[in-house]
Design a protein around this ligand. Sequence first.
Ligand code: ATP
Ligand code: MG
Length: 484
Amino acid sequence: MPDYMFLLESRLLPEQRAAMLRVQELSAAMGYNVYLTGGTVRDLITGASLRDLDFTVEGNPSKIARELEKGGAKVLHEDEKLRHVEILFAGDCEGSIAAARDDHYVRPGTRPEIRWSTIMEDLRRRDFSLNAIAISLNPASRGLLLDPTNGLSDIERAEVRALTIHSFTNQPVRLLRVLRFAARMGFKLEQRTQEWFDLAIERDLQHTIGSEDAGAELRGLAREENPGAILKSWEEHDLLETVNAVLAKKHPDYDAINRLNKVRDDLFLAGLRPRLATPMKLAILGRLKDREQGSLLHKLEFRSAEIERILEFEEEAQATAKELAGKKMAAPIDAFRFLEKMPVDTMAQLLAFSSNSGAVSKIRAYLNKWRPLRQGIPTIANELTAIGMPAGPKFDAIVNQVFAMQLTGRGKTPEEREKILRKLSGIKEQPKPKESKSKEKKGGKFAAKAVAPAAKAAAHAEKPSAAKGHKPAGAKKPEKKKKK
Ligand code: ATP
Ligand code: MG
C-alpha cells in the first residue's frame, strides 16, 4: 500500500494540516468515512501548490460544517441539493466538503439523478481520470490511494483523459474544463478524449453550456496561476464566446493579467500568500465597460454579494491608496500599521495598476523593508532586557518606539540601538556590569517570549545584532568598550 500520508504531511501548510485533522476527527466521531479528493490529490501528486482542501465524506457534510463553524470556520456557500459546502477553515485555509454521490444519467445529455454513494462510485462519476483519485483519511486505511480509473498513469503520461464517451454530452462544461486542465498542466488530451472533444464541437454542444456552469469556470479561471494560457486556449478553440460574447469580441485584457501575475510573484517573494481572484476577474474583464462587466457577471449567475465586491473593488482600492498617501500616514509607523491591515488583494491591485506613486512606494517599502524589520522586534526586546530593563508596559512601549525609529532608517546597528535604548529607558551604562546567570530569570512576559524567536528573527533580519541578542543578559559589550 503506497503511503501518501507522508507526502501530505510534508506538503500541507500548518493551517491546512490542522483543518485536515479536524475534519478527520469530526468524521470519525460521526461515523463517516472521509477522503481527500479531486484537485487536492491531483495537485499533491503533480507537485503543484495545494491551494485548497477538497474532502468527500460518505455522510452529511452539513453536520461537519456546523461543528467546524463553532471553531471559527466560515461557510462560504452551501448547496443543500448537492450536499456540497465551500468553506474557509479556521486559519484562513480554503476548501470544500461534499457528500459522496453518483450522477445517474437516464439518457446521455439529460439531467442526472443524484444518488448518495460510496467513494468508489463518486470517483467514477467524475470528469477526468486525473481528478478521480482519493486518499483515505480513515483510521484503518489512512494514506491509501484510491485510483479506480488509473488517473496516476495518465498523470505520468501527461494526458487528460475523459472517463466515458458521453463525458462531453452529459456535461458540455467539460469542454472548457478539459482545456483548462490541459493548459494549466501543460498536458495534452488523450487520443480518444480528443476525438470525443472534436465530435462534441462538431455537434455544437458548446452552445448548450449552462450559464451557471460557465460562471463556475470563470470563477475557477480567476483562481488559476496562469489564466492567460487558459483563455488563449479557449479563444483558439472558439470557446470563449460560450462564456460571454462581449468578452470574446473585445478579448481578455492579457496585459492586465500579466501585470497582476508579476505582482503575485513579488508578493510571494515577500512572504505573502496572495489570493487574487477578485482583481484577476477585473483584469480578465479589463477591456469591457463597467456596464458590460456587470451584465456579464449577472448573466453568468454570480451571487449578488460577489458581483458587488468585484465591481466596487477598484474604487475601494483607490480610496485606500488615497488614505495611505495622505497626511495622516506621513509617519512610516502609521503607514505600517495601516498596511498591516490592508488586504493583500488590494495591495496587489494598487501595485499593478495604481498611478498613486506615494501609495505604491509605501507598499513597496512595507513589503521589502518594513516587514523584514518587524521580524527584528524580538531582537530589540532582547537587547532591552540585556541592558537591564524589566518587563512591563514601559518595556513594550520602548520596543515599539525603537521599531518606529527603525522604519525611518535609525537604529540599524546594535551599537546605535543600545544608545537609543539606554536613552529611552534611562538605564545608564554600568562601570562594571554584573554577569547575570540566565536570561529566563530576567525580564518578564516580553523577555521570556522574546528569547526563543530572536534566533529566527535575527537570521532573517539583522545578522550582526542577532549574535548579540543571544548572548546571556548582562551586556558583554560595555566590557569590550572598556578594553579599548
Ligand atoms: P481547482 O484546482 O481549479 O480547484 P479542481 O479539480 O479542484 O481544480 P473543482 O472545480 O474545484 O476543480 O472541482 C473539484 C472536483 O470535482 C474535481 O477535481 C472533479 O473531480 C469534480 N468535478 C468538478 N466539476 C466536475 C464536472 N463538471 N464533472 C465531473 N466532475 C467534476
Ligand atoms: Mg478545487
